[in-house]
Design a protein. Structure first.
Length: 52
């Protein structure tokens, strides 16, 4: 789901959170290795750097 924000809603989010939220991902893998693999795949898909 996408919840794009613009204008006042974006400014309000920044005021309350101190930053802009880019993504919230809910992952539910059965173990840490699969969690890391899913994380790396998502980072690659969106062109994000992989941080550990």
């Amino acid at each position: 789901m996408l919840y794009a924000k613009r204008g006042a809603a974006l400014a309000r989010e920044y005021k309350w959170l101190g930053s802009h939220r880019y993504a919230v991902l809910n992952l539910c893998p059965p173990d840490e290795a699969r969690l890391r693999a899913r994380y790396e795949a998502i980072c690659k898909q969106f062109g994000w750097p992989v941080a550990y």
